[in-house]
Design a binder for this molecule. Sequence first.
Ligand code: R1P
Ligand code: URA
Length: 341
Amino acid sequence: FNMSMTNANFPMDAEGRTYHVGVKHGELANRIVTVGDPARAIILSRSLDGVDLENTPAKTIPANLFSLSSHRGFLTITGTYKGVPVSIVAIGMGISMMDFFVRECRAVVDGPMIIIRLGSCGSLSNAAVGDVCVPSGSYLVQRNVNYFADHDHSSDEEIDSSDKGTPYSFSKVFKADPEITRTLVKNLKAQLGENHIWSGINATADSFYSSQGRQDENFVDVNQTLFEELLKHEPNTMTLEMETFVLYHLAKTSTSAPLIRMNKSNGNGNSNGMENGSKKKKSNSIRAGACMMVFAQRITNDFITKEDIARVEPMVGKVIFDSLVELPLDSNDGLRPNADG
Ligand code: R1P
Ligand code: URA
């Protein structure tokens, strides 16, 4: 696409496409499923309306759907599910990719949004490989790089931790939208069975390795006791993965839905309707939830088989679409009419 960008603050090209995800107005639905793996996005897209399954080979995006592959590795697929517009966006891995995705998609969609992540994860609880976890909240686990600053690499000596803090730091928990979490748990239990669905808190790590407690003798990681520290920080810690915290955090910090701002504008150039004397509760323009399939059992060291992934992924995908179209775009806070139709 046209790579000439304007506006260094929020770069867009002449067509109004965002810099990294590459989407413009009209290409994304208000209801979005986001995944890491582009192959997962394509598998999910087979559940959308009007797909000719017989004549669509595996790994091929169904011809009746809108799709866009960006120069930075994002894949967007848009169609309808049971008649309701939905999008699937594959973002790759890590907290920056989630930040690009949420901000750039928010910029080109009007009105409230619901975003649900379908990810894979490691399990710190009894959830087994192939089970699905629905975190009602998430915190961020970051490697404290300063801790490692003056380490003498020529010796095996313990790092002197006197004023360097701890090797890993943990944020506060940010919550998922409770209505989305409830809906996902209800629908997942109905489809996959009570015993395979788990509730708890997720930890989003800034590495697959060090800050998820994986042992790697090629690096000084000081993470042997990380699992105990996670459970001490948050006893309900159930999963480890790499994006969900950013989704919950940005949903929580999203400003009031654009339509609210317009409706409540006082005509004095103050377009933030929440600062014009309204005593009503602020509502975020993005509501978020997540569920993740356990790929790695970190206590027993099991890893999921290809066959199990192929069985679970499309099933959970369908449950998410059913949940997405069941959820009202607006949380029922009475702030304004539903922007759906
Ligand atoms: C690591 O293997 C990746 O898997 C998990 C992690 O969050 C990380 O992105 O999620 P996805 O399967 O959605 O990518
Ligand atoms: N994704 C992660 O981030 N960690 C795991 O252990 C498995 C999937």
